[in-house]
Design a protein around this ligand. Structure first.
Ligand SMILES: [Zn+2]
Length: 446
C-alpha cells in the first residue's frame, strides 16, 4: 500500500467523514473485510440483515405495514433472504404515490432526496440518509478496487455533474480525480481527456460505459498508445463491442459494475470472474424472479428485484428495479471473494447520438436532464437523420408545454445548438423484444 493510500484511508477520508457527518470509511473497512468471508457466513449475516430490515420497515413505515397486512403476510415468517419471496414486490409507481408521507422515516441522520430516471425511465424521488449513502460510497470504492485501483491512485472519471460543489471539489483533490464532463464528448474534448491521461500519467479511467466507448474510439483514431492498468464502467450497458474497443485501445481489462441511482450499489466484476458480477451481499439481497415474483432458477433470465439491507430513511424491500439478470448457480470465483455471483445483467439498451457538430450524446446525457422533470413519465430518443432527433414523451398529468420548452433548450445548450428536435407526446412506449427499454436509438450509420 502506498503512503498516500494509507494516509487517505486512515486520516484524510475519516476526517472528511467526520466533517460531513458520514461514515464511508467505517463501511469501506467492514465490506473490504467481509468480502473474503465464506459464502455460508455471508449468507448467515445477510439473513440477519433481512430480518432487521423487514421488521424495521413494518414497525416504522405505514406503506410497508399496510401492504403486508393487505396481503396477509406474517413478517415473523421472514427469517432468511430466500423468505423474501413471501413478500409482495414494490414498484416505482407504488413508492411514488406514497412518497414522502408514508414511505419515509426519521433516522436522525441528515438526508437528501435523489431523483433518478432509473432503469425504467420514469423519474422517481428517493430519500437517502447519510448512513445509507456512506454504504453506497464505500461500495463505490470497493468496486473500483476490483480493477486494481487503490484509494488515492489518480484517475480520470467521466460524469454528469457540471457543478462540482466545494465538497466534491475537495474530494476530487483528495482522491486525485480528474473529473471530465460526459455532456460534451466532441473530438476536441476527447483529445483533452487523452492528453490528461498522458500528462498526469493516469493509470485508471472510470465512467459511463458509453463515454468510455467514445474515449476509446477517439484513442484508436489518433493512435493514442499509452496502456492503462484498469478501467471501471458503470451506468449504461457495457456491450461486448464496447468492451472490445475499450480494452484494445487501452490494453487493459474493463471491470463492469452494476448499481442504481436509488442509493444501492449492487454488484461488480472482479479481474478474474470471467464476466460474472460479485453481488454485494452485506448491502443488498438480489433476487431474479418471473413476472409474478417467483424465483427463477439460476442460469435463467428474469426480473431483478432488490432489497437494500439497511432500512435507512426510505426502506426498499423487494423493489423491482426494471433490469433483467441471470444468477450463477452457486459457483465460487477464483479470486477468493465469497460474494455470490450474478452471471449477467441486462439494463438499458441504448445507442449514441452523434450530433451535427460532432458531439456524442450517450444515454446519461438524456437521463441526466430528464430526471429533473417529474412531469415526464418516460421518454425515448430516436435519431432518424444526423441533424434531427425525435423525443417521444409519456407525460404525467402535471405536464405543461413550458416543461418541453425548457427541456429542449437544455438539450440544445448542453448537446448541440444545431440539432432540430421534435417532440411527440405518446400514451406509452412499447418495450423492445426481451422486455428491455431502449432509451436512445440512432438510425444514422457511424
Ligand atoms: Zn472474483
Amino acid at each position: 500500500m502506498s503512503i498516500y493510500t494509507a494516509m487517505c484511508e486512515n486520516v484524510l477520508l475519516p476526517l472528511a467523514d467526520y466533517a460531513t457527518r458520514n461514515c464511508t470509511m467505517h463501511y469501506y473497512r467492514l465490506y473490504s473485510d467481509m468480502q473474503w468471508l465464506g459464502r455460508e457466513e455471508l449468507q448467515r449475516r445477510q439473513d440477519e440483515l433481512v430480518r432487521e430490515t423487514v421488521r424495521t420497515a413494518y414497525a416504522d413505515i405505514p406503506f410497508y405495514r399496510e401492504l403486508y397486512d393487505r396481503h396477509g403476510v406474517n413478517i415473523a415468517g421472514v427469517l432468511k433472504a430466500e423468505d423474501l419471496s413471501l413478500l409482495p414486490m414494490v414498484t416505482k409507481d407504488m413508492l411514488r404515490e406514497a412518497y414522502p408521507h408514508s414511505c419515509t422515516r426519521d433516522t436522525g441522520w441528515p438526508w437528501r432526496e435523489y431523483c433518478t430516471s432509473g432503469s425504467s425511465g420514469s423519474p422517481f424521488a428517493v430519500r437517502v440518509d447519510n448512513e445509507t449513502m456512506s454504504m453506497a460510497r464505500a461500495l463505490m470504492f470497493l468496486r473500483a478496487n476490483y480493477s486494481g485501483w487503490n484509494i488515492g491512485d489518480p484517475f480520470l472519471q467521466t460524469g454528469m455533474t457540471l457543478e462540482r460543489g466545494a465538497v466534491k471539489k475537495l474530494k476530487d483533490i483528495l482522491l486525485r480525480v480528474e473529473y471530465a464532463s460526459a455532456f460534451d464528448l466532441s473530438d476536441r474534448v476527447l483529445d483533452r481527456y487523452l492528453d490528461l491521461i498522458d500528462s498526469k500519467k493516469l493509470d485508471y479511467v472510470m465512467g459511463y460505459a458509453g463515454s468510455l466507448y467514445c474515449v476509446a474510439t477517439r484513442a484508436l483514431e489518433v493512435g493514442f498508445n499509452r496502456p492503462l492498468t484498469g478501467i471501471v464502467s458503470w451506468g449504461d450497458n457495457l456491450y461486448a463491442h464496447y468492451r472490445e474497443r475499450v480494452e484494445s485501445a487501452f490494453k487493459c481489462r474493463v471491470t463492469d459494475t452494476y448499481g442504481c441511482g436509488e442509493g444501492i450499489q449492487i454488484a461488480a466484476q472482479c479481474g478474474r470472474s470471467d464476466g460474472a458480477y460479485h453481488i454485494f451481499m452485506p448491502h443488498v439481497a438480489l433476487e431474479v424472479v418471473d413476472d409474478e415474483g417467483n424465483p427463477v432458477p439460476p442460469g435463467q433470465v428474469g426480473n431483478i428485484v432488490l432489497t437494500r439491507l439497511h432500512p435507512g430513511a426510505m426502506p426498499l424491500i423487494r423493489y423491482r428495479v426494471g433490469d433483467l439478470g441471470v444468477k450463477s448457480a452457486g459457483e465460487t470465483c477464483p479470486c477468493g471473494r465469497g460474494f455470490e455471483l450474478l452471471a449477467k445483467v441486462e439494463g438499458r439498451d441504448t445507442d449514441v447520438v452523434v450530433t451535427p457538430r460532432g458531439n456524442r450524446l450517450i444515454v446519461h446525457f438524456f437521463t441526466g436532464i430528464f430526471e429533473y422533470y417529474k412531469s415526464i413519465d418516460t421518454f425515448k430518443v430516436i435519431q432518424e437523420e444526423r441533424a434531427r432527433i425525435t423525443v417521444l414523451i409519456v407525460p404525467r398529468p402535471d405536464f405543461k408545454p413550458e416543461h418541453w420548452t425548457s427541456l429542449k433548450s437544455e438539450i440544445l445548450e448542453k448537446g448541440d445548438p444545431e440539432l432540430v428536435i421534435d417532440m411527440k407526446l405518446v400514451d406509452e412506449i412499447p418495450l423492445e423484444r426481451s422486455n428491455k427499454r431502449r432509451f436512445v436509438v440512432s438510425k444514422v450509420g457511424r
